[in-house]
Design a protein around this ligand. Structure first.
Ligand SMILES: Cc1cc2nc3c(=O)[nH]c(=O)nc-3n(C[C@H](O)[C@H](O)[C@H](O)COP(=O)(O)O)c2cc1C
Length: 390
């Protein structure tokens, strides 16, 4: 009998065995020294919970809404580039798992399965994450394609005009599909399950880009393509322009500063995502959970505040919600599941987090997630120690 999956770490162990090193490293890295990547998770440990007893714990609910959409729990799947390289047809499988569970799925611009492909294989609308490219025609087209596919929100990522360096991606020669070098071939020869699934699918390059963008150089190399195509001039004026081109619900991703959160309000964002891109961009930035309270205090109640970066458990979700988030996302936690076991693995990851969230909420004396507040938290004195203007 297979060992039961009881925590996200179980999925990560299987994932590491099953998926080529290049894609494991792509997921499991942060930029430069990886300080921010590490602190995203360790900072959650600095927040403790107040146990309460003799409270009726019957009839509990983690259900709430994110941008007006009902969710089983406020934990969306974050946009993750190259998800279809972690498992064949990865975006389709993850979107289906999210749909069945009742949480949002966000498709990355840099996905392997295309917008149309995911729409064809799902029933409910999903969200589309946009990276702003220099090529205006491509930009207009991709926004139109997301509209035509019925996407119910646009997640506009603001923290990746230029790419933070991850050493391993360069050393591994990260590409989709992997190049047939001796090193890759040796590694792939130990990843049979992954390889057999990949042989069965046609989806092996960037589905939203290839055939849609003109003058694309070496598309397989994500880093060189990003350097060539992503628009480094993206500013608030351009954000407004994109808001108008899209016309639907807009979520601004990658906010880590109260002043930027206020600017997002001026744009009329339906939600912002407090995020440092999972520690993949500015190394040395604070963890998302550490800046969350300041941003909640600055703009809470005026727009929805979502957060990601570092969530590996339901306890983490509860801490973010208690600090004032209206929703959260998982990136790596669902990728571990997907790489380990395909669609079932994503469902397993969501089940693990849901159970942890539900039980932890109850042991903190609450039955409804919507009623949880900062009073359930005990913060380390040092949690607030980083300040501006010293
Ligand atoms: C492998 C990988 C690829 C990612 N690709 C994208 C992307 O294409 N677009 C985007 O907005 N964010 C991307 N992100 C960032 C995630 O959306 C999210 O912010 C981050 O994973 C949250 O941190 P966590 O992995 O600790 O949960 C990526 C993250 C990872 C780990």
């Amino acid at each position: 009998m297979a060992t039961p999956i009881t925590e996200i770490e179980d999925l990560k162990r299987i994932y590491k065995r099953r998926v080529p090193k290049m894609f494991y490293d792509y997921c499991e890295s942060g930029s430069w020294t990886e300080q921010t990547f590490r602190e995203n998770t360790t900072d959650f440990d600095k927040i403790r919970l107040r146990q309460r007893v003799a409270v009726d714990m019957d009839d509990r609910s983690t259900a709430t809404k994110m941008i007006g959409e009902d969710v089983t729990m406020p934990v969306g799947l974050a946009p993750v580039g190259m998800t279809g390289m972690q498992h064949a047809d990865g975006e389709i499988l993850a979107a289906q798992a999210a749909e069945e569970f009742g949480v949002p799925f966000t498709l990355s611009t840099m996905s392997i399965c295309s917008i149309e492909d995911v729409a064809k294989h799902t029933k409910k609308p999903f969200w589309f994450q946009l990276y702003v490219m220099r090529d205006e025609e491509f930009l207009e087209n991709v926004i139109r394609r997301a509209t035509e596919a019925g996407c119910s929100a646009m997640v506009l990522t603001l923290d990746l005009q230029i790419l933070g360096q991850r050493h391993k991606d360069i050393k591994n020669g990260l590409s989709a599909p992997p190049k047939p070098t001796l090193k890759n071939m040796l590694n792939l020869s130990t990843k049979w399950g992954w390889g057999m699934d990949m042989l069965k699918t046609q989806r092996r390059s960037f589905g939203n880009i290839v055939g849609h963008a003109k003058g694309v150089g070496d598309m397989s190399s994500l880093s060189s393509w990003t350097a060539e195509q992503f628009d480094p001039r993206l500013d608030w004026e351009k954000v407004k322009k994109i808001r108008d081109m899209w016309g639907g619900k807009l979520i601004l991703k990658g906010i880590l500063d109260a002043d930027d959160a206020r600017a997002a309000l001026d744009v009329g964002a339906d939600a912002i995502i407090v995020s440092n891109h999972g520690g993949r961009q500015l190394d040395g930035a604070l963890s998302a959970i550490r800046v969350l309270p300041e941003i909640v205090d600055a703009v809470g109640g005026q727009t929805e505040i979502h957060m990601d970066s570092g969530i590996r458990s339901g306890q983490d979700v509860l801490k973010a919600m208690a600090l004032g988030a209206d929703g959260t996302y998982i990136g790596r936690a669902f990728i571990y599941g997907l790489g380990a076991k395909g669609k079932q693995g994503v469902t397993d990851a969501l089940n693990v987090i849901h159970k942890e969230l539900d039980t932890t909420m109850a042991l903190c004396g609450h039955r409804k997630l919507t009623e949880v507040g900062r009073d359930i938290l005990l913060l380390d004195d040092e949690f607030n120690r980083y300040r501006r203007n010293i």
